[in-house]
Design a protein around this ligand. Structure first.
Ligand code: AHR
Length: 312
């Protein structure tokens, strides 16, 4: 009857009382900090006892943390894998211990049966959306793009590069003239952008910067200003994440476009675990979040404020 239907609906949402380990990468970017904050919030709202481990960008620390969670006998493990490779053994250990693992925001090169599900964006699409924006923005003009890549070996760096290249393929007026990692950080983004500007005969030869995340774009904007140029005009700026700081830059005319990556990966992860525990429902292997483009036309000031209100 209705009561049963209601109670099973409630049960399906229920992860309360569960102990869940979260191996987070670190705090390299504003987006990462937002994801950590949202995960803690989601855990608190749902009555989850969240065990948080910060790996300081090191895979070996993540592997240690996961082994620690297994030894403690947690109910589930969330992991945001810093790089794609090298996870098979530790994931197999979790499987052996019958602890479901959910990947957050980045993927792994490992057999799919070693994790319950992956909650992440379509990172190739993110790169494509950024690239399509640039194709449209430059029209027939010649354009040398410099690219700030994310962490070497991470799926967002690999996929965002591929998606962008896909979008500019066949547009011979657009060329990636320089490309290097800025490690997803603001300071590295600034440093590498300074080097790009130095390496080009004339800073004005650079028509656009494509950064794999907003933090590197914010660093690049500073480097462009320091070189006496106007970011957003002399050099177009397009990136990924949609954190508050890029919206202030867009509102100020210093950045042009960003692709949104939701920091709420934990919500869908907890929903999937709740359903799995309620009646064994196997979630989709890949739970894909949206990739929406924002520009100066999408109320950047309002977007900034909305995110600040959400506690970013
Ligand atoms: O994996 C997601 C990426 O990691 C975000 O785009 C970036 O800001 C973070 O460091």
């Amino acid at each position: 009857g209705l009561a049963t239907a209601l109670s099973s609906a409630v049960l399906a949402q229920d992860v309360s009382g569960k102990v869940i380990g979260f191996s987070q990468i670190g705090s390299e970017s504003g987006w990462r900090a937002a994801e950590t904050a949202v995960t803690r919030q989601q855990a608190e709202e749902r009555g989850v006892d969240l065990k948080f481990a910060d790996a300081q960008q090191k895979q070996e620390n993540q592997i240690k943390a996961i082994r620690g969670f297994i030894a403690q006998g947690v109910d589930a493990i969330l992991v945001a894998p810093v790089v794609a490779t090298g996870w098979d053994d530790v994931l197999a250990e979790a499987k052996e211990a019958e602890i479901p693992v959910v990947l957050l925001d980045r993927g792994v090169d490992a057999p799919e049966d070693l994790y319950l599900t992956s909650v992440a964006s379509d990172q190739v699409k993110e790169g494509r959306v950024a690239g399509e924006w640039l194709v449209e923005a430059v029209g027939d003009e010649d354009c040398n793009v410099v690219e700030l890549q994310g962490t070497v070996g991470s799926t967002p760096a690999i996929n965002r590069k591929a998606g962008f290249e896909e979008a500019i393929a066949g547009h011979d007026n657009i060329t990636i003239s320089q490309s290097q990692t800025g490690d997803f950080t603001r300071s590295k983004g600034k440093e590498v952008m300074e080097a790009f500007i130095k390496a080009s005969n004339n800073a004005a030869d650079i028509c656009a910067v494509y950064a794999h995340n907003d933090d590197m774009a914010v660093g690049a904007i500073q480097a462009i200003k320091d070189a006496g140029l106007k970011p957003g005009e002399d050099i177009l700026v397009v990136s990924i994440d949609a954190v508050p700081d890029i919206f202030s830059a867009i509102a100020a005319g210093e950045a042009n476009a960003t692709v949104e990556l939701t920091p709420n990966m934990a919500g869908p992860a907890f929903d999937a675990l709740a359903a799995y525990w309620a009646d064994g429902t196997e979630p989709e292997k890949f739970i894909i979040t949206e990739s929406k483009l924002y520009t100066a036309d999408s109320d950047p000031q309002g977007e900034y404020e909305r995110r600040k209100d959400l506690g970013y």
